[in-house]
Design a protein around this ligand. Structure first.
Ligand SMILES: Nc1ncnc2c1ncn2[C@@H]1O[C@H](COP(=O)(O)OP(=O)(O)O)[C@@H](O)[C@H]1O
Ligand SMILES: [Mg+2]
Length: 270
């Protein structure tokens, strides 16, 4: 029998966060990549972290999923502290990571890649059934089920990486730049399915992207990351209307040399 799900609600009437980062600092040796990041993701939403190349997006996701241990700060998932927890344990707790560059197993078939995504699950007998469910989202993967994943196109590998994450039946998916290297058309297709997965399955998603346009249209709430720090946040509807965002992330103003210089000097965000 299924117990009714209750979502804890705080005094402001908003659902308690499913994920909460407090003052995270992460470094690669002497290089500080993340300098005090705090953010929250609410259950059922798509949240996004926008930032240009090198801003620290991937480092945030690796810190959440336990690949990197932070120097400072804490990561809370549901009602647990998962800071520096073992990555496989984190998957088991319901948090899956779709890494940058897909990282599918190139020599394994599509079907075996999907089966690998379910490795932490106890109910192994349901795996074949769930492979059919993910084929419903990405029918091209069904056609390629027996092919080596390394032979798929970039877009198909992205679909496979997302599907592999779904096989763990996560409550939260971390999605690292799904648009990287894909055509605008394929990017749109993949984003549509990500939104569908969120709506149909109620899976919470934390998406990091350089493609601000796609991310702000798909997500509910957004953070802007620069040089390892969050510089602004808000609902995506509000962020889309901000002059700074329009100018520097959505490319909606002519950017001459002067604009570029002004940008480099700029320290404050409205
Ligand atoms: N393995 C690494 N070793 C050293 N520095 C790294 C490593 N990975 C990332 N960095 C540095 O950390 C910063 C943040 O990188 P990253 O999180 O990959 O940014 P993003 O995903 O936003 O492009 C960058 O300055 C990058 O050069
Ligand atoms: Mg990255």
């Amino acid at each position: 029998m299924n117990a009714p799900t209750t979502i804890a609600v705080n005094l402001q009437g908003r659902a308690a966060p499913i994920l909460k980062l407090q003052n995270i600092e992460s470094a690669y040796g002497p290089i500080k990549a993340i300098r005090g990041v705090s953010l929250e993701v609410r259950p059922g939403e798509i949240a996004t972290v926008l930032g240009s190349n090198g801003a620290g997006k991937t480092t945030i996701l690796k810190t959440i999923s336990g690949i990197i241990d932070p120097a400072k700060g804490s990561v809370q998932f549901q009602d647990r502290d998962i800071t520096a927890e073992d990555p496989a344990r984190i998957v088991q707790l319901g948090l899956s990571h779709v890494p940058e560059g897909r990282e599918v197993f190139p020599l394994l078939s599509v079907r075996d890649n999907l089966a690998m995504g379910a490795f932490t699950r106890a109910d192994r007998e349901r795996v074949a059934e769930d492979i059919e469910v993910v084929f419903g989202y990405f029918p091209v993967l069904r056609e390629r089920a027996q092919q080596s994943a390394g032979l798929l196109s970039g877009g198909q590998q992205q679909m496979l990486a997302i599907s592999r994450a779904l096989m763990a039946k996560p409550d939260l998916i971390l999605l690292d730049e799904p648009s990287l290297g894909l055509s605008p058309k394929l990017t749109r297709e993949i984003f549509e399915i990500v939104v569908r997965i969120n709506r149909e399955r109620g899976t919470t998603i934390l998406l990091v992207e350089q493609n601000a346009n796609m991310a702000l249209n798909a997500a509910d709430y957004g953070y802007v990351l620069e040089n390892g720090r969050i510089v602004t946040e808000g609902s995506c509807a509000d962020l889309r209307e901000k002059e700074d965002i329009k100018e520097f992330y959505l490319g909606m103003k002519a950017e001459g040399v002067r604009a570029e210089r002004r940008w480099k000097k700029k320290k404050t965000w409205r």
